[in-house]
Design a protein around this ligand. Sequence first.
Ligand code: DP6
Length: 326
Amino acid sequence: MSTEPRSATANAGANIALIKYWGVRDSALNIPLNDSVSFTLDTTRTTTTVTFDPALPADELVIGGKPATPAATERASRHLDILRNMAGLTWRARIVSENTFPMGAGIASSASAFAALTVAAAAALGLSLDTRTLSRIARRGSGSAARSIEGGFVWWHAGQDDASSFAEQIAPPDHWDLYDVVAVVEESEKKVSSAQGHLLAKTSPFLETRLSLVQNALPNVRQAILDRDLATLGPLIETDALAMHFVMMSSHPRLYYWTGATLEILQAVEKWRNDGLPVWFTIDAGPNVHLICEAKHHQALVAAVRALPVVRDLIIARPGPGAFLL
Ligand code: DP6
C-alpha cells in the first residue's frame, strides 16, 4: 500500500430550517424526534481540506487559520473514525477548514462543517458514497449537517435508526428565489449547545403539542414550497419556530435563547407585514432572527432591518448548492 498522503477538499453550506429539528430519539446517532425541512444557504459556506497522512501521530484541526479547541478536534476526530472504519484505514488526518462567515455570528457552522468534512474525508479515503449515505454519516457529526449534504430545499426524514434517518432534496436551489436576511443582534457563542438542548426537549410539557403541530404542518410546508407560496409557508414556519422556543423556554432547566432584541425584531415583523411587506421570521437556537422573503421584496426588507438600532450585523443568503468536491 502506498504511504502517500491522501487528500480532498469539499465545500458545503449552512442551512436554515423552516420546520425545526429539536429533540432526539437517540443522542448517540442523532436520530431526531421529528422530520425537519430547510433550505441550504449560498453565502454561508465552509471549505474543508482533509489530508490522511501516515506520518501524523494524531488528528489535527485548524479553523480559520487557528488550531481548534481540544473538544472540537475530538468531535471531528470521532467523525473521521466512522469513515476510517468504513475504508479500513487508520491514518490520522489534518483538517483545514475556512468559513465565509464568522463563527458565532448566529449561523450554526456545524452543519456546513460536518457536511464538508464528510464529503472531503470520504473522497480522500477513496469511498464512493451516494448522497443518502453521505447524509446519514454527516448526521452523526451534527444533526442539521444531514440536510447540508443536499442543495436547495431539503427534507430530513427522522426515521427510527441509522439506516432510515437521512435528508433528501424536495426542490433544487433555483426552484424558488427566497431570501434569508439574518438580523444579527448578538455575536457571542451560545451558552447552551444544541446537543445539550436536544436532550432537554423531553422535559418540556409542550413537547407533545409541538410534535403534533409539526406532524400536521409538514405536508403543507412541502406543498407550499412546491407551489412557491410564501403566504401559506410563512405562518407555518413562524408557528414552528415559536413552538420550538416554547419547548426550550419550558424545559428544565429553562433555555432562553432570546434576548430583548429578538422580541423587538418579531414586533417589527408584525409592523412590516401590516405595512405591506411580506416577510416571515424563524429563529434557531440563539437570539438572531432569520427573515424570509421573496426576491422582489428583499431590498425593502434589508433597508427596514438596517434601520433597527438593535441590529448589529446582517447576513444575506439565498438557496444554494449542496456539498460538493473541489
Ligand atoms: C435549532 O444538533 O444540528 O438549529 O450541531 O449544534 O449545530 P449543532 O445543532 P444541531 O441542531 C440544530 C437545531 C436548530 C434547528 C434546526 O436546524 O433544525
